[in-house]
Design a protein around this ligand. Structure first.
Ligand SMILES: Nc1ncnc2c1ncn2[C@@H]1O[C@H](COP(=O)(O)OP(=O)(O)OP(=O)(O)O)[C@@H](O)[C@H]1O
Ligand SMILES: [Mg+2]
Length: 357
């Protein structure tokens, strides 16, 4: 990771107070986002939360109503007063529908951003070949896009996005049209390629594992706002709200009441929880029971109902329902457990999180 104190490079992205409405609908609400040089941030959120809108504003394809933005230290946006056009922002883009040009060969497609920068022909060709080599397509340089598979076409788009080694690369669900296996492999490759080249990137996805594979930090976007931005481990250990915990499917959230410093009463009975000092006074609250916090145990204090028992080769994966929270918890078992049966669970209290009701 990058050390801010010793690195003289400016932040690769510094955005403050970005807001955008379409008609009466506010789609982005006062969004701040900073990326260190060389950092990869994933924007992860449900459909319609504003991910593409934010990315299009960063790209210069859409005007914001309010907010400022700098890319690599250069102002590119100042409210509705100033917005640098896309070609002056020097960024690379790989969008789901940001098609490569069918009438240009693969190598010409990749060299295109260098042509925009008026680099000499020989250098363009050499750098385009190198970028193609990096994405494993050197052998297809003279083919035309129409003769390539979907995965190969996205690699061409990737090569084109990185060929000029821009200060920032924007990705909008680049892998969503590809099948699962291809997606996982390419996600890993994109992550290592960005790191190898030291490029900063904003990577939009609604696939959690893709976000965790690629990004240093993940920004969970909900309803036009960044609800939390942290390393994946921190998101899971300390979700900022019940909404973040639910979106990430961290576990079950049950309603109950806090009493004293360590007590929580709910339909399940009385649970012992870590100190709630400063979190919630006596009274109604919500308790997050992360899936990692539970395990089958005959003397455990929780009871859950099995909703599905899935054979996994060497053991069974149980999907559990706890107080009506369907399938948000899973645990493994050595033997088959019939659906609808109830099983006792032990909890690791250190992993429990409490939220105001
Ligand atoms: N040009 C537009 N005019 C009107 N509404 C728009 C426009 N572009 C986007 N919206 C609305 O803004 C909201 C956010 O859209 P956006 O495309 O940013 O979502 P998203 O997070 O990228 O979703 P998805 O995961 O489905 O791609 C949606 O409700 C969408 O309908
Ligand atoms: Mg989108």
């Amino acid at each position: 990771m990058h050390d801010e104190t010793s690195d003289p490079r400016p932040l690769s992205v510094q955005a403050t107070g970005l807001s955008k409405s379409f008609g009466a609908t506010c789609v982005l609400h006062n969004v701040d986002l900073d990326l260190a040089a060389g950092e990869v941030v994933a924007l992860l959120g449900p459909s319609g939360c504003g991910k593409t809108t934010l990315l299009r504003i960063a790209a210069g394809l859409l005007l914001a109503d309010e907010g400022q933005m700098q890319i690599a230290g250069r102002p590119v946006l100042d409210g509705s007063r100033f917005s640098a056009p896309p070609e002056q922002r020097g960024i690379g883009m790989v969008f789901q529908d940001y098609a490569i040009w069918p009438h240009l060969s693969v190598v010409e497609n990749v060299a295109f951003p260098l042509r925009m920068r008026r680099l000499p022909g020989a250098e363009r060709k050499q750098r385009a070949q190198r970028a193609l080599d990096r994405v494993g397509l050197a052998h297809l340089a003279d083919r035309f896009p129409g003769t390539l598979s979907g995965g190969q076409q996205q690699r061409v788009a990737l090569a084109r996005a990185i060929v000029a080694e821009p200060p920032l690369v924007l990705f909008d669900e680049p892998l969503s049209n590809l099948d699962r296996e291809l997606r996982e492999g390419l996600a890993l490759e994109i992550g290592s390629l960005l790191r190898e080249l030291g490029l900063s990137a904003i990577y939009v996805t609604h696939d959690q594992s893709e976000a965790f594979t690629i990004a240093d930090r993940v920004a969970v976007m909900l309803g036009g706002q960044i609800a939390q931005i942290d390393r994946p481990e921190v998101l899971f250990a300390n979700p900022a709200s019940v909404e973040v915990a639910r979106f990430l499917n961290i576990g079950a959230v049950i309603k109950g009441n806090v009493y004293g410093e360590h007590g929580f009463t709910c339909d399940q009975g009385r649970l012992s929880i870590p100190s709630v000092r400063g979190v919630a006074p006596d009274g109604p609250a919500q308790l997050l029971i992360p899936r990692m916090a539970i395990r089958p145990d005959p003397s455990g204090p929780l009871t859950a109902q099995v909703t599905r028992c899935q054979f996994q080769g060497d053991r069974y994966l149980l999907h559990l329902e706890l107080d009506g929270e369907v399938a948000s918890l899973v645990c493994s078992a050595d033997t088959y457990v019939p659906v609808s049966s109830k099983i006792p669970l032990a909890i690791n209290p250190d992993r429990l999180r409490l939220f105001p009701s």
